[in-house]
Write a protein that binds this ligand. Sequence first.
Ligand code: DGY
Length: 421
Amino acid sequence: MSQTEQLISEAKRVLKENDLGGYTVPTKGLYPFQWNWDAGITALGWLHIDEKRAWAEFETLFKGQWENGMVPHVVFHQDSDDYFPGPDQWGVVGNPPSTSISQPPLLATMVRMIYEQSQDKDLAQAKLDALLPGLIRYHLWWYRERDPESTGLVSSYHPWESGMDNSPAWDDILERVPQATRSYQRRDLSHVDSNQRPVKAEYDRYVYLVDFFKDKKFDYQTIHDECPFHTKDVSLNSVLQRATKDLIHLNSLATEPVNLDEIIRGANKADVQIQALWDAERHQFLNKDYAENAPIPVKTSAGFMPLYGHSATPEQASIMAEEIKLWLEKGPKGLASTYPGEAVFDAKRYWRGPSWLHINWMIADGLSYYGHHDVAALLQQASRSIIEQSGYWEYFDPETGEGCGGSNFSWTAAIALHWLV
Ligand code: DGY
C-alpha cells in the first residue's frame, strides 16, 4: 500500500469507528456527542465514503434545532459519563437535549460543497430542499437574537461558541467573569494530558456562564445586556458571512426559493463591519471586546478568517498572505492558532498555539479565493506533512508536528479525505 492509500484507509477507519449511527462523535471518550461545527466538517469526509451518510450528519444535527432557530453547539443524542458538562448541566429540556449556545455556523457552506461535489444529484436536490428551511431559520436566529442592536456583527457569549475555547484573545474578558463556586468534576483530564487542555480558572468561568444562561432562562435580550463574556468574534462572524453567501446561493438552487431579504441585509452590513476590525499594524483582523468597544490586540489564527469569509479586500488578502508565510517560518507544521511570537503562545495547549487542520484548510480555501495559491499550497503541504508524521490527532504542535489532544479525530480525518489525500 502506498502512503496515500494508507492515509485514506486510516481516515475512513476513523470516521467509521466514530460513527454512532447518523452522527459522528469527534472522538470517543473525550467528546461523546454530536458537535455542531464538527458535524459540518465531518460530513465533508463522509462525502468521500458514502454520500447518503454525509447528508445524514446534517439531518441528525438538526434534530436538536431549537424553536427559535438556534442549532446548538452540542446535541446529546444519548447520555454519557465521559463528558462534563453533559445533558444534566445546561437546564435545556428538549428531545434530544442540547447545550444552550451555538458554534461557528459553517453548515450552509458545507451543504453547498457537498451539493456541488456529490455524484447523486437527485439525492442532493432532495436533501438541499429538505435542509434549507432549517438553515434559513438558523441564520435568521443569528441576525435577530445575536445582533439585537443591528450592529452588523453578531455577539458570542461563551468561549465555546467561538470554537477556539481558550484562545488568549479571550483572556481579559474572561477575567471579568466570576468563577463558579459550585463543585464539579472535569472529565476531559481523564482523557488528555492537562498541559494540553484549558486551565481550572478558565473552566470555573466556563461553568459560571453555563449556569448564567440557565438562570436567565435563555432570554436573548437579558443575556445580550448582562452577560459578562460578550465578544464580537472575527472568526465566527467570518464563518457566518461565508455561510450566508452560500445560503443565498443554495436558495437560488432550491426547488422553491424563498425571500431572503432580511438575511441579505445582515450580510451586507457584516462586510462593512468586518472591515472595521482590520489592524494595519498587525497585518490581520482583530476580535472585538463588546463592553470596552475596543479591538483585542492578540494575534491569533482567527484574524485571518475574513479570507475564508470573503470579507477582506484584495490588498488586505495580499498582506495576510505575506504574514502567514512569516507565521509558517516560526511554526512550520501548519498555522499556529496563536502567533508563535506572542508571549502567551503555548505550543501544545489547545487554542493557545497548536495548529488545527480544519483551520488550515479554511484559510487555504480563502487564500485560493483571493488568488494566493502559492501560500495555500504551503498550508496544504504543512498539513499533509503532519498527518504523515503523526496521524489523525485533534491538533498539532506547530513547531514539531507532534499530535495533541484526542486521537482518532473525526474532523482531522475528514479534512484529510477532502483536501490532503
Ligand atoms: C470542550 O469540551 O472542550 C469543547 O471544546 C466544548 O465545545
